[in-house]
Design a binder for this molecule. Structure first.
Ligand code: NAP
Ligand code: GDD
Length: 437
């Protein structure tokens, strides 16, 4: 690292924060002439002085390489973990923001901890000071704002928290970037959502489809979408939203419908659960693979101009179909009978190691507990713009492949969990609602 670059970084920070040479000298307990000699290039700046300056200023002046730096909020989540892997592979230095928790919820990124290109910092989207501190310290080239209370059902139970993080949290990130003087250099990706289309006004949905949010989560995310657009236009910032349709994976949270189904199918096939309770089986979604979607987040920030994009596969399936294929993969053929709350998924055939005793049993039942006060039932995305402008391939992983890889992963997980899984099963059914029956 050349001294000139360190001095340049130091001068930028001093100018931005209005710190004079004399004030800096006082802050680090040195004579002002030492600073003048550094600035004139007469003496080199020692490693211990660099460390002292960084500690006193709370910002980095030694940038160890010319690697691009990315900061990911929500790094412990499904998308955050895949995006970290993707960016590390691209050669980035990846910094993630984590929250303090009384138990360790970092299993999705455990394999990355200790990697020389992977760094974690404490922060919270509800805490502006922490954001300014981390962004000022990391000085990222790109920020991926993935942190959110991301469960739609939970947003009905915790609407205020959801608004604070999913709406105001976005504003806090944008303002923190401005406060650190990075608005001209730092590109920002906002994790927006197909939930904005909510009570849909047309199918399939594209970038011009009107929004009609239909849950506290979607209303909060709509604010996030508009504030990003506002900062793009008002301050010329490179900030964009990816309007992502549902994307799933082996790492999907266990209370989202796809993962709830694949885990239950694996448990039922291995004799560890009797029945799966679901809500609206007729709800339609455009489900893609999360690993494919994080590439698009990156592509959106590499685009020449800041623009919003719909990211989807362009293929739609119902919850019922997802369940049918997931159970089929574990060796259970289902037939759906009845309607509404009385609809059931009955086992009509088994194969492989699955017990024949399951034949004739109701393995899926509908419970009102999983109905939402307002439900979004017809999401279907049109990825034409992303295909044309970003060169992104929406058909990399098919629906059938996605179901298969999730089921296979859960079959292995359940097999290895053994008895412990049996104990948790009763809880897992109702974790989503925060209740135990
Ligand atoms: P996820 O698995 O639920 O992860 C959410 C992340 O946000 C976690 O890392 C969580 O940290 C973090 N977080 C929550 N509250 C926070 C706070 N106050 N401060 C800092 N971090 C906080 O979600 P995901 O599926 O990866 O989705 C990523 C983003 O894309 C979310 O914004 C989601 O709304 C959006 N999105 C997702 C989809 C999808 O289908 N997956 C589709 C469209 C949009 P903890 O681990 O500490 O809880
Ligand atoms: N979670 C859940 N549990 N959903 C169920 C169940 C059940 O037992 N039974 C039926 N569903 C229906 C829901 O009513 C909804 O219509 C659909 O399945 C999908 O629900 P989720 O998997 O919880 O996802 P989501 O679509 O509400 O939200 C996800 O996708 C959004 C993008 O459209 C989340 O990842 C959001 O963060 C994301 O923005």
């Amino acid at each position: 690292m050349k001294d000139e670059t360190i001095i340049k970084n130091l001068k930028t920070i001093m100018n931005r924060r209005g710190i004079s040479q004399r004030e800096l000298a006082n802050m680090i307990g040195k004579d002002e002439t030492v600073i003048s000699r550094w600035f004139a290039g007469k003496v080199g700046i020692s490693t211990s002085s660099i460390k002292l300056l960084e500690t006193v200023l709370g910002e980095k002046i030694l940038i160890e390489s010319d690697k691009k730096r990315a900061l990911i909020t929500g790094v412990t989540g499904q998308d955050g973990s895949y995006l970290s892997e993707f960016l590390i592979e691209k050669g980035y230095d990846v910094h993630g923001i984590i929250r303090r928790s009384s138990v360790d919820f970092r299993e999705r990124i455990a394999h990355l901890e200790g990697h020389p290109q992977f760094h974690l910092h404490y922060g919270d989207l509800g805490d502006s000071m922490s954001l300014v501190k981390v962004i000022g310290m990391v000085r990222p080239d790109e920020i991926y704002n993935l942190a959110a209370q991301s469960h739609v059902q939970v947003s009905f139970d915790s609407p205020e928290f959801t608004a604070d993080i999913d709406a105001t949290g976005v504003l806090r990130v944008l303002e923190a970037v401005r406060a650190c003087g990075l608005e001209k250099t730092c590109r920002i990706y906002q994790a927006s959502t197909s939930e904005l289309y909510g009570k849909v006004e047309e199918v399939p949905q594209n970038e011009n489809t009107p929004f009609h949010p239909y849950s506290p989560y979607a209303v909060a995310k709509l604010y996030g979408f508009w504030i990003v657009k506002e900062y793009r236009e008002a301050y010329n910032m490179f900030c964009c939203s990816g309007i992502l349709f549902n994307h799933e994976s082996e790492r999907r949270g266990e209370t989202f419908v796809t993962r709830k189904i694949t885990l239950a199918a694996a448990r039922i096939a291995q004799g560890m659960q009797d029945c799966l309770y679901l809500g609206n089986l007729s709800s339609l979604r455009d489900w893609g693979y999360a690993k494919d979607y994080v590439e698009c987040m990156w592509l959106i920030l590499q685009n020449k101009i800041p623009e919003d994009f719909v990211i989807a596969t362009g293929v739609q399936h119902s919850v019922r179909e997802f369940a049918y294929y997931a159970f089929k993969h574990v060796g259970i053929e289902l037939e759906f009978r009845g309607e509404g709350l009385r609809e059931v998924g009955v086992c009509v055939k088994v194969r492989g190691n699955v017990s024949k005793d399951l034949v004739g049993k109701e393995l899926i039942r509908v419970s009102e507990d999983f109905y939402r006060p307002t439900d979004v039932v017809n999401l279907w995305g049109d990825p034409t713009k992303a295909k044309a402008k970003l060169g992104w391939n929406p058909s990399k992983t098919s629906f059938e492949e996605l179901v298969k890889l999730m089921v296979e992963s859960d079959m292995a997980k359940v097999a290895s969990e053994g008895v412990a899984a049996k104990v948790r099963t009763n809880l897992a059914e109702y974790l989503e609602k925060g209740i135990v029956k």
